[in-house]
Design a protein around this ligand. Sequence first.
Ligand SMILES: *[C@@H]1O[C@H](CO)[C@@H](O)[C@H](O)[C@H]1NC(C)=O
Ligand SMILES: *[C@@H]1O[C@H](CO)[C@@H](O)[C@H](O)[C@H]1NC(C)=O
Ligand SMILES: *[C@@H]1O[C@H](CO)[C@@H](O)[C@H](O)[C@H]1NC(C)=O
Ligand SMILES: *[C@@H]1O[C@H](CO)[C@@H](O)[C@H](O)[C@H]1NC(C)=O
Ligand SMILES: *[C@@H]1O[C@H](CO)[C@@H](O)[C@H](O)[C@H]1NC(C)=O
Ligand SMILES: *[C@@H]1O[C@H](CO)[C@@H](O)[C@H](O)[C@H]1NC(C)=O
Ligand SMILES: *[C@@H]1O[C@H](CO)[C@@H](O)[C@H](O)[C@H]1NC(C)=O
Length: 249
Amino acid sequence: MLLKLIYLVLHCTTIALANYTDFFTYDLKYAEDERRLNSCHGLLETYSAASANFTGCLVLNAKPISVCRKCEQQRSNALQVYIIIQDECDDVLLNADRLQVIETVDANNEKLWSSANCQNCFNATSHELTTDCKEFFILINQTQECFLRYNVTAEESNKACEKCNGTYKKLKAHYKSLSEEYKLVNLCMDVIDAMNMTRKTWNEFKCSRIDNNVLVVFTVVAFLCFSPPVFYLSNWINSDDVKTRLAPR
Ligand SMILES: *[C@@H]1O[C@H](CO)[C@@H](O)[C@H](O)[C@H]1NC(C)=O
Ligand SMILES: *[C@@H]1O[C@H](CO)[C@@H](O)[C@H](O)[C@H]1NC(C)=O
Ligand SMILES: *[C@@H]1O[C@H](CO)[C@@H](O)[C@H](O)[C@H]1NC(C)=O
Ligand SMILES: *[C@@H]1O[C@H](CO)[C@@H](O)[C@H](O)[C@H]1NC(C)=O
Ligand SMILES: *[C@@H]1O[C@H](CO)[C@@H](O)[C@H](O)[C@H]1NC(C)=O
Ligand SMILES: *[C@@H]1O[C@H](CO)[C@@H](O)[C@H](O)[C@H]1NC(C)=O
Ligand SMILES: *[C@@H]1O[C@H](CO)[C@@H](O)[C@H](O)[C@H]1NC(C)=O
């Protein structure tokens, strides 16, 4: 009887103790999570600001497209904070729920950046534009500055054709070499858009009127138009009737 009682008391104590330690470790873990969540929350604030900076920059530089040139710093800032979150707060902030807000924001940022091929305009090591792209934007600037000096009225545009053809030709050649180097699909969007706009302005001046190709087409057409009369004329001259008439008697 006594033995049974002692046994029971011991049993209960063990269970209570087990529950207590369980509770205690749970409490510790909870406190630890709480502490990490607090410190990670600071990172969230930084990431929120960095990501908002980047988004704002993208929107402000959407047209004419200059997102690669203007937002590289912001993108890099946002990415850096995200990487810290991945390293330090992976379990409390990332992969912690189904919604995955932070992961989605980061994925969208990176998707936009890479679909504009911005990485191809930048030197991977130095956050600087590549030499090729830098050169291209200098030429774009020179060409556009030249265009700005003239109106698209007939008289003015002749002057623009004459004065700007040099830089425009250089620009076109450089663009061609860039598109061959990167393939057109990989060319950074800032470059494509700047070229597109510049080409459009150039076309408005209608300089291509005296393009060599046009000259060739014109010559061919002229030749085709004049050849039938020449043919008939030569036939007529060679005809017996004329020969007899022109022949010395
Ligand atoms: C120990 O905890 C369990 C549930 O976790 C509970 O059902 C049981 O009553 C507890 N035992 C004691 C002795 O507190
Ligand atoms: C966001 O942009 C502002 C102003 O451009 C700057 O002061 C701030 O440091 C940026 N924040 C982050 C986290 O990059
Ligand atoms: C990138 O930057 C480094 C150091 O500034 C330079 O040596 C290298 O030529 C650059 N690469 C390109 C592709 O511009
Ligand atoms: C060309 O570059 C200069 C100096 O960076 C700048 O002030 C000017 O606005 C640019 N011109 C055009 C048409 O973008
Ligand atoms: C373009 O034309 C407008 C009027 O048609 C004139 O006021 C302006 O000064 C001209 N600009 C240039 C650069 O010639
Ligand atoms: C630009 O046009 C002018 C006049 O049409 C011409 O004299 C000049 O050689 C051209 N320049 C270039 C680089 O083609
Ligand atoms: C160039 O601009 C025109 C409109 O001006 C647009 O329809 C076309 O898609 C653009 N091309 C590229 C390659 O962006």
